[in-house]
Design a protein around this ligand. Sequence first.
Ligand code: NAD
Length: 476
Amino acid sequence: MTAQREPGFRQSVDLMFNRAAALLKLSPGLEEKIRVCNSTYTVRFGVRLRGRIETFTGYRSVHSEHLEPVKGGIRYALSVDQDEVEALAALMTYKCALVEVPYGGAKGGLCLDPRQWEEHELEQITRRFAFELIKRDLINPAQNVPAPDMGTSEREMAWIADQYARIHTTDINARACVTGKPLNSGGIQGRVEATGRGVQFALREFFRHPDDVARAGLGGGIEGKRIIIQGLGNVGYHAAKFLSEEDGARIVGISERDGAIASEAGLNVEEVKAHLARKGGVKDFPGATFRPDSARLLEEDCDILIPAAMEGVINLDNAARIRAPLILEAANGPITAGADEVLRQMGKVIIPDLYANAGGVTVSYFEWVKNLSHIRFGRIQRRQEEAQHELLVRELERLSADKGLGWTLAPDFKERYLRGAGELELVRSGLDDTMRGAYQSMREVWHGREGVTDLRLAAYIVSVQRVAASYRAKGL
Ligand code: NAD
């Protein structure tokens, strides 16, 4: 995918880190300590499938243990290798620091194409991989907590949680060993949508600042903006759905593995998703033009480009042809370090991955806290909150009647005011707060610090400073 003359993914992340480190005065050796990946465990294991033993290669990489547990998804893809998991683990360190989620960074992966295996086979493979990691404490509620990533979902997380519970039968916190679980296995409402929801909250926050919007040569709000999205998986689908259905954006192009579809009138995300599930691709989606070369769609005219599939898709080969003035990195590492430089010189504004897709880890953190506290958010206070609100509404109505004021509260106000927040509302509110707070911290550096030309550099400065402070506090 990436041009030959470009560095690999991990080096690309390191180059981005180096830009920030050059502006920070870290003590000698600390810069190197933060940059390097602490450890990567490689496991090759066999599973008896289809009458023979299949050998699989998996990884769990820990980038930084300045805070524990370390956190990061498990990816199932043929592209998985040591370089990739180490790059993704490093991104997790910086991401968690940026959104103030108290974790170190990690990542895992299994080199396989999940579409080539039946569900029961994937369960066998996942349980065996999980066993290999659990017995080395590379899955552990206090030390190392995975989550879903490309090619994995709630289903795999439930298998991992169950595998852990089978081994640690008396660990009362067993469920906190992994996040992104289904609700019936200790998951939390709003986790499946969390990364896409975070993308929406990130864009909303960006558009609250006309100065920042103007830097991208845009104006107004999200409504009516023309968006192109690459990858309609968990992250891409939810981001496209929320931005079009709730914020009035127009999704004018979607690319998938088999090609890309475009429609100036706007694509209905639910319908495209249903078509994708039925046909295995976007080809023949009614009312849209189709092109088999899916990568070309990235170069089409639009207001906001959202790569939400995989790394390295905007590289030195195509960077100069990107037309979108604003790019939001929903995937991890979609823009290589070389392409980043080209795009900056072209005056593009990039909302970087470590901020833009942090919604997933943020809600994973809420799930982990829920598992450790053994109670659903809102369970204790919800009805009490409703009773308090009802008292106030009744009193207002009584006053109005007594004084003959004739006040009436609008029925929808009453309904919304009286309803106490349940788990989903609390999760979304916590996520929104996190995304707003992290944007503010990046923005202060972007606008206020000499030599900071872009949001990515600002994001790295904020997070590297925080990681450095943790190491200093530990006496390192
Ligand atoms: P996913 O497997 O659910 O979806 C990926 C989608 O991209 C699939 O629909 C796939 O068919 C499509 N795709 C693959 N190659 C493509 C190509 N060349 N062109 C167009 N489409 C292509 O994965 P996901 O969980 O949505 O993750 C996507 C990205 O977001 C990854 O970089 C991942 O690391 C990142 N991310 C995911 C989460 C999460 O919570 N799932 C959190 C943070 C970051």
